[in-house]
Write a protein that binds this ligand. Structure first.
Ligand SMILES: Nc1ncnc2c1ncn2[C@@H]1O[C@H](COP(=O)(O)OP(=O)(O)OP(=O)(O)O)[C@@H](O)[C@H]1O
Length: 212
């Protein structure tokens, strides 16, 4: 007799304690979209409302930890040499440089998190999405779009975390991302984040959709 998989056991456990069923599709979910569109807001709701079902992928970075940041929780903090060695071995599904620092998503991290029976969620910017797709990495791709560029600007300003120069950079980048999102077949689902609860429902429906 075959021994039950972790997924089968978790599903049985969820049924026993009357939690919502686990998503039938187990592939990682890649969420992208312009800065300030509400990606974090949406997936944090998904995590809060579906405890123990999802896990956010932890990236590698060569930048130093900021106060309060824990290694392995917010990032895997590594030296530049270690990062480049891992990249050389093909250990990243995507990587990028921002300013002087390198960032990347390691294959091992995704595999380890997925092996714990959780659905891995990745928050990846446009260039990273292009790289991941080019590797043939099996994932489901969701793009979060703003109702309009004006609303996006309002959200970025309303968030109050960015200086004017950064806001203008993010808005210019948003135009490129919105243009890229029009490429047919790049994303499996495009969600316009207008009303938060409606966008959340669309995300849940996509994530919990039956096996295709
Ligand atoms: N549907 C919505 N309606 C109104 N405001 C929203 C909605 N969704 C998110 N927001 C607000 O927009 C701002 C940006 O959201 P958030 O930080 O989640 O964006 P993000 O896409 O994760 O950005 P980044 O890529 O820069 O991390 C926040 O202040 C958030 O509260």
């Amino acid at each position: 007799m075959r021994s039950p998989t972790t997924t089968t056991l978790l599903r049985a456990l969820h049924t026993a304690v009357k939690m919502p069923a686990l998503p039938p599709q187990r592939k990682p979910i890649v969420i992208s979209g312009p800065s300030g569109v509400g990606k974090g807001t949406l997936y944090n709701l998904l995590f809060e409302r579906n405890p123990d079902t999802f896990v956010l992928s932890v990236s590698h970075t060569t930048r130093g930890p900021r106060p309060g940041e824990q290694d392995g929780e917010h990032y895997h903090f590594v030296t530049k040499d270690a990062f480049l060695a891992l990249k050389e071995q093909g250990g990243f599904v995507e990587s990028a440089q921002f300013g002087d620092n390198l960032y990347g998503t390691s294959k091992q991290t995704i595999e380890e998190q997925g092996a714990k029976g959780k659905i891995v969620v990745l928050d990846i910017e446009m260039e990273g999405v292009k790289q991941i797709k080019a590797t043939g990495f099996p994932a489901r791709y969701v793009f979060i779009a703003p109702p309009s560029e004006e609303v996006l600007e309002k959200r970025l300003r309303g968030r109050g975390t960015d200086k004017e120069e950064s806001i203008l950079k993010r808005l210019a980048q948003a135009k490129l991302e919105l243009e890229f999102a029009k490429t047919p077949g790049v994303h499996d689902k495009i969600i316009v984040n207008n009303d938060l609860e409606e966008a959340y429902k669309e995300l849940v429906d996509f994530v919990y959709a039956p096996e295709a």
